[in-house]
Design a protein. Structure first.
Length: 98
């Protein structure tokens, strides 16, 4: 987040910068956040649900993008904080085809 930037404004900006998509902020739901400590730094990670966007997702910063199921996602190499949110999603939500 940039200085004096609100969460949703940062989310909208980041999704456009990194995936070339635009979101309707009225359709975004805050899900959960975590605090991560790395050395002397505190990092707050915020998770949102956004199931509607405009435009075609196109990674702009050399990311790899693929659609997968929540079960297969558990086998991917990722940060521990991301594993926490996946576990949370599996316990609290149902997904089509799972």
């Amino acid at each position: 987040m940039k200085k004096n930037e609100f969460f949703l404004s940062a989310l909208r900006r980041e999704l456009f910068e990194e995936l070339s998509i635009k979101i309707d902020l009225n359709k975004v739901i805050f899900l959960k956040n975590y605090l991560i400590r790395r050395n002397d730094k505190k990092i707050f990670i915020n998770f949102f649900i956004c199931d509607k966007w405009y435009g075609k997702m196109k990674p702009t910063e050399h990311q790899h993008l693929k659609w997968t199921t929540i079960e297969k996602l558990c086998n991917e190499n990722m940060l521990l904080s991301n594993r926490k949110i996946i576990k949370y999603l599996k316990l609290n939500f149902s997904f089509p085809g799972t």
